[in-house]
Design a binder for this molecule. Structure first.
Ligand code: UT7
Length: 335
């Protein structure tokens, strides 16, 4: 394959806000318990953004780390994409804000809204654009302040999410490896199972529905229905992306899954016959950070020195819509 264009991950970084909130702290506010949350989800704690700390701040911090690991500066970047479902503003895009915070100018910057699947969608999109020769080096960031769209009185959802950001620097190289391929799916028929509405859409007969000052209503989810479709869809897409590239379960070195629920992660690991030590698991310490969860898990593995060059990584994610997908990546960092 040497000679053809491939998209390599040459830098990775993560950022988590300083404040850590444990399950026990949440149990002081809503009728829940550490035991229930751990047994049903695997979550033990989550990081929450400080007042005034915005999605773009988290994104910029993760991006700076990824640039440093890559050994490049913002002046070497040709495009910047932020996957987020909690943008700073309706517009301009969070990507434009991050571009200015990083001191970049001139190159295109845009957001991707595919909720929890945003990073996986973004990697597929940028890989295709880079293979086509549009960009040589890009920043892809997943960043969220989910805490801003939660109803902190709803125990069914407020225990599940956290804030954070993860970023990668992608570089086009005429070298084997890198992103092998991606598969994306969507099915809007399920759009009502998991959503956050604008205030104007909130039913008038639901005075209990929490709406914030910006008119955005909190996340509402029919959890166990989402769970069932997530397991089925993710189980199918990991098989599909492997088959598309003539690879099998035994070729996979690492599963880097969306971090929504440890039970979903375990079901997919079992489907791939992967032992726990080959699965990135950060849901316990980060909770569900939506579009940030996969790149944060990657950053975590990298920082722990657990990823080796040429290992095959299977990334997957599933989010509201529903939208879901998977990427196969040969790791390019390290010796
Ligand atoms: O990132 C996007 C994709 N999102 C997901 O993948 C999330 C998928 N869904 C899930 O992870 C799980 O469905 C949940 C963790 C959200 C819920 O777990 P579950 O085992 O499906 O529980 P459930 O919704 O069926 O609720 C079981 C019981 C209910 O009580 P009753 O009706 O049996 O009396 C809930 O009211 O648990 C109750 N419950 C809680 N109890 C204590 C719900 N939330 C809580 C809570 N603490 N925080």
């Amino acid at each position: 394959m040497t000679g053809s264009r491939r998209t390599h991950i040459i830098g990775v970084g993560g950022y988590l806000p300083r404040r850590v909130v444990t399950n026990a702290e949440l149990a002081e506010r809503v009728d829940t318990s550490d035991q229930w949350i751990v047994e049903r989800t695997g979550i033990r704690q989550r990081h929450l953004a400080a007042d005034g700390e915005r999605t773009s701040d988290l994104a910029a911090a993760a991006a700076r780390q990824a640039l440093e690991v890559a050994g490049v500066t913002i002046d070497d970047i040709d495009a910047l994409v932020v996957a987020t479902t909690t943008p700073d503003l309706i517009f301009p895009s969070t990507a434009a804000i991050v571009q200015s915070k990083l001191g970049g100018a001139g190159f295109p910057a845009w957001d991707i809204q595919a909720v929890c699947a945003g990073f996986v969608y973004g990697l597929a999109q940028l890989d295709a654009m880079m293979r086509a020769g549009m960009f040589r080096r890009v920043l892809l960031i997943g960043a969220e302040t989910m805490s801003r769209i939660l109803n902190w009185d709803d125990r069914a959802t407020c225990v599940l999410f956290g804030d954070g950001a993860g970023a990668v620097v992608l570089e086009q190289r005429a070298e084997a490896g890198g992103v092998i391929g991606s598969v994306l799916h969507g099915d809007g028929a399920h759009r009502d199972l998991l959503k956050a509405q604008y205030g104007s859409d909130v039913p008038r007969d639901r005075p209990d529905f929490h709406t914030d000052a910006a008119g955005v209503a909190a996340i509402a989810m029919r959890g166990n229905e989402v769970f069932r479709v997530a397991v089925k869809s993710l189980g199918a897409v990991v098989g599909e992306v492997l088959a598309a590239h003539n690879l099998t379960e035994s070729d996979v070195d690492w599963l880097v899954p969306h971090q929504a629920n440890l039970r979903i992660i375990n079901a997919i690991a079992k489907r791939l016959t992967l032992p726990e030590e080959r699965v990135a698991i950060t849901v316990g310490i980060h909770a569900n950070t939506s579009a940030a969860s996969v790149p944060l898990a990657l950053a975590h593995l990298h920082q722990q020195g657990r990823l080796q060059r040429d290992q095959l990584l299977l990334l997957e994610s599933f989010g509201a819509g529903f939208v879901w997908g998977a990427n196969l990546v040969r790791w390019s960092l390290g010796e």
